[in-house]
Design a protein around this ligand. Structure first.
Ligand SMILES: *[C@@H]1O[C@H](CO)[C@@H](O)[C@H](O)[C@H]1NC(C)=O
Length: 243
């Protein structure tokens, strides 16, 4: 048994010494408090923090070991209800707590999607409005080599959201904007059924509303490849809400 434990310890030492971790700086540039969250995809272990509170103008750093694949988003207008459950008007993950513990955000929600490669290989990242929009967001690599361009959705899509796609906050203002797929659930907007390929699912009037506000972001499932960005060499990343 001792031999087995020793063997596992030396294996994990080997593994750790060969791995890399990326530092993420999450900044809230919105004029109100937000609650950022992370979700690890593909069965990987969750990041050290799956949700936290971030006051206006504050930053927080997270270390995420690579390889990793997952998403970042932020929740808004959160509070603790009468039963002690933590709930948010946008991006709520249903955990009832500030950490999301492996649950995703309820759309409409703006997403930063990211894959960190192993061995300082090529990372992939994008901003996605395929699940709709709640807050403007950007991702900017720091260090690294290759393309390493920032991708940003800098504009407030809520301001131009068609009324039938809008999610209203308690004060009556628009706090989220559903994508056409989410709002209408039709194959031609979701690129499903006989529309399930890029040539059969072109941009539409609704996806163009998102694209016009945020040209670098994915506006629907088969948006053009210019929305995916890459960076190599073990970059760190800063993610800013309301950039
Ligand atoms: C990433 O940040 C860490 C410190 O948090 C630093 O040691 C490392 O050099 C940075 N990597 C790059 C590529 O800038």
């Amino acid at each position: 048994m001792e031999v087995g434990i020793l063997f596992m310890l030396s294996l994990s030492t080997l593994f750790l010494s060969g791995s890399h971790s990326a530092t993420f700086t999450i900044t809230n540039n919105c004029p109100f408090t937000i609650w950022p969250a992370t979700l690890t995809g593909g069965g990987g272990s969750q990041s050290s923090s799956t949700g936290f509170e971030l006051s206006s103008k504050a930053s927080n750093t997270l270390n995420i070991p690579s390889p990793w694949s997952g998403r970042f988003w932020a929740r808004s207008q959160c509070s603790t209800d009468a039963t002690g459950k933590f709930v948010c008007a946008t991006g709520d993950c249903g955990s009832g707590q500030i950490p999301c513990n492996g649950a995703g955000g309820t759309p409409p929600v703006s997403l930063v999607e990211l894959t960190l490669a192993s061995n300082n290989g090529q990372d992939f990242y994008d901003v996605s409005l395929v699940d709709g929009f709640n807050l403007p967001v950007s991702i900017t690599p720091q260090g690294g080599s290759g393309d390493c361009k920032a991708s940003s959705c800098p504009n407030d899509v809520n301001k131009v959201c068609p009324p039938n796609f809008a999610v209203d906050g308690s004060d009556g203002g628009v706090i989220g904007c559903k994508s056409a797929c989410l709002a209408l659930n039709q194959p031609e907007y979701c690129c499903t059924g006989s529309y399930a390929s890029p040539d059969k699912c072109p941009p539409n009037t609704y996806s163009m509303i998102f694209k016009n506000q945020c040209p670098q972001a994915y506006s629907y499932a088969y948006d053009d490849k210019s929305s995916t960005f890459t960076c190599s060499g073990g970059a760190n990343y800063s993610i800013t809400f309301c950039p």
